[in-house]
Write a new protein. Sequence first.
Length: 277
Amino acid sequence: MPFTRPRILYVTDLAYQARGRRYCDEDIFLTSRLREEFDLALCDPRDAAALLDGFDAVVVRNSGPVQEYKAAYDAFRERAAERGTRVYNQLTGRADMLGKQYLLDLTAAGFPVVPTVGRAEDLHLLPAAEEYVVKPMLGADSAGLRVVPAGRVPEALGDAGDLLVQPRVDFAYEVSFYFVDHDYQYALHAPHPDRRWRLEPYDATVADLAFARRFIEWNGVDHGIQRVDACRAPDGELLLVELEDLNPYLSLDALDEPARDAFVAALRTALRRLLAG
């Protein structure tokens, strides 16, 4: 019998352990809803390259930090490019999809981002602070992140070119804005800075959304889910912390049922649009 519904390969690592979050629950929920319209198969990211040929599109979701399976991820990208596979998120992202270089680029371009440099000789470009955050260029989920006193930053940064440094910002709270393709969906914030993943719905203002959209437009990802993470600085300004354009965790469990349903509907529409070419 011929296939009558689009076939989607859904890439996820159901066994991945994330601090404060259960990635697997989110993907179990999403696939249960997407199956109402698409024929789905789940696979580990390490198996994705070998399985592409049997599907009309690939959805990359909670597959964990790619540095843990870098060779397999590179093979997947190469194979997908060779055969023209429709991938969601599309593989042209300029942000976390390629590491943290974009934080340096956005800082240099004058965007509202937590100030970031990558060389000891550029430390004078950062605001003065008692402590600084040093993190890997290819880090994820806070792996390798260190907070160091000002006097030890040059030593901690070294000269290998694989680390970034930022002033430790005394922010009021963090807030995340979630987009499907270029369409805003919802916002969540962590009112307590010491509990990053205790998220609550956030009523985004016009100014907030203008801030978030600036980064969505900069990235130019037409097909994909993106999360714009920001912090509210002491002066009230929002500063970009991260632009997640590879496999952003969505915190759907922090939404009520109508909001979850609206997100699923938006994702289905986006996948239909992708499949239509």
